[in-house]
Design a protein. Structure first.
Length: 316
């Protein structure tokens, strides 16, 4: 082989190497080395395709170990439930190929691999996810729930889940008196890993002077991760008075017309009686005047009161 031929081979070889290097550098997949997620919330694994010019993405594959989580292959999507592209309307021109975990679990901890193939080259990158768990805001309830009588027993419940390790629950009344020692706590580890906490506190004699109780959820380090308050629902104290008032109002409603009608009747009767009395008096006065007039006429004409004419002649 001549020196000219050897030189040509070396030049061609170097050209191929440079061509390969430029192809590898033309498309780069850049991902965050590590991401942090919270149990029960969304987690983002950030990855972007970097290129010197616009590219068309042909395939995208996300895996954890050997499990296929998300695959895009020439306009066809194949996502696993709970995993999707972070971009809501992702398409093959979008270079943001980040993966979104919609409901992070403790089992999602680990290393993830993303592989991208474009019309101008391909690349592969890895990233890892660590998951922490925090207790969610607790929920509270009571037995009985409402219309609780004074000086009766009431059991109040406080529940929370999501803790990475076994936590605890503290109880306080509205005056910040600590009742934790009087409460019962049950902590269980769920199948997915986090703990669930359930505590109950019994108020022996509930009174309306102390109606508000608070529970605080603490993690394994004693830090408060959630709290809630509960107000005991007592029966209305003036229910009897309201009933009496309703009875009184109803009695007034029918009694008032009766009183008015009765008053009218009594007034009419009194007026009629008065009218009769006045009429009787007028009749009596008329009769008295008539008798007086007759007597006066007789005294003025004594002849009118003598015997018949025959008797008068006989007397003569």
């Amino acid at each position: 082989m001549t020196s000219a031929t050897s030189f040509l081979i070396v030049v061609i070889h170097l050209a191929c190497i440079r061509s390969g290097d430029s192809s590898e550098k033309f498309v780069n997949l850049e991902c965050n080395e590590e991401s942090h997620g919270v149990y029960g919330q969304q987690s983002l694994l950030q990855c972007n395709v970097k290129a010197v010019k616009k590219v068309t993405i042909l395939t995208v594959t996300w895996k954890r170990v050997e499990a296929l989580l998300l695959e895009y292959n020439q306009d066809t999507f194949n996502p696993t439930p709970g995993f999707k592209f972070a971009e809501p309307s992702w398409n093959k021109k979008n270079t943001n190929v980040s993966l979104l975990l919609t409901n992070t679990k403790m089992a999602d901890t680990g290393e993830y691999t993303c592989m991208v193939r474009t019309d101008s080259g391909d690349d592969t990158a890895t990233t890892s996810l660590s998951v922490t768990a925090k207790y969610i805001t607790p929920t509270m309830s009571s037995i009985p729930e409402t219309n609780i009588e004074e000086n009766t027993g009431v059991t109040i419940f406080c529940n929370s889940t999501g803790g990475q390790q076994k936590g605890s629950i503290r109880w306080f009344d509205q005056f910040r008196n600590d009742w934790t020692r009087s409460a019962e706590l049950v902590a269980k580890e769920t199948e997915d890993g986090p703990f669930s906490l359930s505590s109950k506190f019994k108020v022996q004699k509930a009174t309306s002077s102390s109606t508000n109780y608070t529970c605080e959820v603490l993690n394994v380090n004693g830090a408060v991760e959630g709290m809630a308050s509960f107000v005991i629902q007592f029966a209305p104290r003036d229910s009897g008075r309201k009933a009496d008032k309703l009875d009184s109002d109803s009695t007034t409603n029918w009694l008032a017309p009766v009183v008015v009608i009765g008053s009218l009747i009594i007034g009419l009767l009194a007026a009629l009686l008065l009218f009769k009395r006045r009429s009787a008096r007028r009749d009596h006065q008329t009769d008295t005047r008539h008798d007086g007039d007759v007597e006066a006429e007789v005294s003025l004409c004594p002849g009118l009161n003598s015997d018949s004419p025959q008797d008068q002649r006989n007397s003569l």
